[in-house]
Design a binder for this molecule. Structure first.
Ligand SMILES: NC(=O)c1ccc[n+]([C@@H]2O[C@H](COP(=O)([O-])OP(=O)(O)OC[C@H]3O[C@@H](n4cnc5c(N)ncnc54)[C@H](O)[C@@H]3O)[C@@H](O)[C@H]2O)c1
Length: 333
């Protein structure tokens, strides 16, 4: 199949490209390289065509999409703090950019799209793990932008006969990840022999899903499975891990690989304030108490299942980081 992929040079996009190529498909990556890297999609020869373009450039997007069978839409602005400071950036990048992508597919007669949504659409939840049918009430502007796209997709699916899947990713981690979130900060500090810093008690729960599993579900939906309407699926492990447990796993992995004993420090820090240990790192405002997504619908709908256990994934990412430490000089998000 010929797959058109926005944001294909990014972290998740690069893994989707890898899996599509391994499965014998051809791919066009459409990316403005605002955060994506050519290194993420190099070495594929003619199988992968790269177009440097912006999803806000509707005419180029529409022309570039001609001749493809399906569309995967991964491009987005995903920095929570950027959207808190100016939510109109998300409205433009995530809502208008996604509408452009859907309308370009429609103009080219492409019926099937798989779109990256986010577990952030649920906001603060009372009864985790959340299911797709639970109330979505985002606590961050970024989540509102993702939820708005899902609502538009209902209309395109219901009235224009499009087949769309909105994949609500939990916390995606793994090799090629950007430096900025809690696991990456732990791993970089571990490499530099510094104590791991936990903001507050460390009881917040997160659902970490390995990027290889996320890519596998995307590819299954793009190339194997058909359905009607706008399908929403949580993409997660269904396992909640506290930040304290995550730090323990990192300690175990680093001990096994390097023989080092890491110290853990709990830093009392108000939301929105910068850490005194991790330069440039703010404690996020309106932090989620729990991000824990039930993945039984994705498992029932396809023969997909998450396969990478968190400790194995951390081991893989730490080994990758040791070989690629130059990629992580500055905080990204
Ligand atoms: N990484 C996660 O944990 C996570 C969790 C939930 C949802 N998501 C969603 O998954 C998708 C991929 O995220 P990622 O982690 O790979 O991020 P990423 O920043 O690595 O990838 C985004 C890609 O989109 C490109 N891009 C951004 N704006 C663009 C524009 N206007 N036009 C063209 N290209 C543009 C970037 O250059 C980059 O290559 C996003 O939609 C994100 O919201 C990610």
């Amino acid at each position: 199949m010929r797959i058109f992929l926005t944001g294909g040079a990014g972290f998740v996009g690069g893994w989707i490209v890898k899996k599509l190529v391994a499965d014998g498909h051809t791919v066009t990556v459409y990316d403005n390289f605002s955060s994506g890297l050519r290194d993420n999609i190099s070495g594929y020869g003619d199988t992968v065509t790269i177009i440097e373009g912006d999803i806000l450039d509707f005419e180029l997007l529409k022309q570039s999409m001609a001749g493809h069978d399906v569309v995967s839409h991964q491009a987005a602005q995903l920095e929570i703090t950027t959207a808190i400071e100016d939510p109109s950036i998300d409205v433009t990048q995530n809502i208008i950019g996604s509408l452009n992508t859907i309308r370009a597919a429609q103009a080219n007669g492409i019926k099937k799209m798989v779109i990256a949504s986010s577990g952030c659409i649920y906001g603060q939840v009372k009864n985790p793990p959340v299911k797709e049918t639970d109330t979505a009430r985002p606590n961050w502007e970024y989540g509102v932008s993702k939820l708005a796209v899902e609502k538009y997709c209902d209309i395109f699916a219901d009235y224009d006969n499009m087949m769309i899947a909105n994949l609500r990713y939990a916390i995606v981690y793994g090799e090629n990840e950007w430096y900025g979130r809690v696991l990456t900060i732990f791993l970089k500090r571990a490499l530099e022999n510094k104590p791991l810093i936990i903001f507050g008690e460390g009881s917040a729960e997160r659902d970490f899903v390995h990027v290889e599993d996320v890519a596998a579900l995307n590819v299954k939906l793009l190339t194997e499975k058909n359905w009607t309407g706008n399908k929403r699926l949580n993409v997660s492990t269904g396992v909640a891990t506290t930040v304290n447990q995550l730090a323990e796993l990192v300690k175990e992995v680093v001990k096994e690989i390097d023989g080092k004993e890491l110290e853990v420090i709990h830093e009392e820090l108000a939301e929105g304030k910068e850490s005194k240990y991790v330069e440039g790192r703010l404690r996020l405002p309106r932090e989620l108490g729990v991000m824990h997504l039930d993945n039984s619908e994705a498992k029932a709908f396809t023969d997909w299942s998450d396969t990478v256990a968190l400790k194995d994934g951390i081991r893989r990412e730490y080994i990758w980081l040791k070989e690629n430490h130059k990629r992580w000089h500055t905080l990204s998000y």
